[in-house]
Write a protein that binds this ligand. Sequence first.
Ligand code: PHB
Length: 391
Amino acid sequence: MKKALLTALATACLATTPLASHAAEPFKIGLIIPMTGPFASTGKQVEAAARLYMQQNGDKVGGRQIQLIVKDDGGIQPETTKRLAQELVVQEKVNVIAGFGLTPLAFAAAPIATQSKTPMVVMAAGTSSIMQKSPYIVRTSMTLPQTTAPLADWAAKNPNSHIKSVVTLVSDFGPGHDAEKVFTKRFTEGGGKILGNLRIPQQNPDFSPFLQRVKDLKPDAVFVFVPSGQGSTLMKQFAQRGLAAAGIKLIATGDVLDDDLLPSMGDEALGIITSQHYSTAHDSPENKAYVAAFRKLTNNSMRPNFMSVGGYDGMHLIYAALKKAGPNATGDQLLAAMKGASWTSPRGPMSIDPQTRDVVQNVYIRKAEKVDGQIYNVEFDKIEHFKDPGV
Ligand code: PHB
């Protein structure tokens, strides 16, 4: 009898102890982003937005404390990102890893997510194939095929674009390759002609010789993708090489006229058409509130750009999944709760495709214009609920 009671007690303890102690532990989010180096603006934007989300929504979900642990990976060494992901999972026992400023860094961390069954929220990187690197990846940023295809269609099919021939000029790594392939395919299918595909080194690029090559090829337009952070240099060299004066238009993904850098670019940006899923100037009550709160949190030091909404919505997705799956949810349960989630973001309506785990969102065609004396990407057309078309 006594023995039976002891066994029952032991069983009950075994069943309840992990739950009870688990609930007392904070729910940890390991945010790995470049806070230093050439892509530091990405990390700063994502971190500020994540902190804003927590300030607005509290640091508890279902009674469980939320803890954000920020790690700077410097943005250029995939091995560093992988080591940080491993340390966060093994030593800190984080429940989610998040961030990932560039594609090679997301690729490096993916096996850690798979091995430890930890959801991995990609808040910044944009190569289509990232989703295939782990079944634990969910994305809240964008994909380059998703933001590029609508611009290629617009350029080819809109008579007002006056663009019949294009040279593509992209950064030589994953997202650039995606942008090049998709632009070339869609623009050609739409009846346009591609005169050349040029690739620029990803790190410390000198755009000048490539822009000269574009000038020599005499297209109606050059289509450009460079990663967030490199747009100002590209724009300066575009002006110096006299491409606009030679009648060559610049069209680009929104990464080039990044809102973070746009105020420093000057009037050469005016009139440029880009496509993307977020603009600081997006006209909605949610975005007006977001921009005001972001500016306040950062003492007006920066505009929220597309990287920031990746971070803000990534936090929303984690909070929503934890609410739905309960405070003691396992990695698999959190992942299941993330699939199919939908909400209204500062960027507009968005959701997570339950099959691919990738982001579904509106993509906007925008024109750089002055609003109250400052240049913004003003949206004038949109493709709604657009999924990654792949490459
Ligand atoms: C990426 O590495 O996937 C990436 C980086 C910066 C961007 C877009 C994509 O602006």
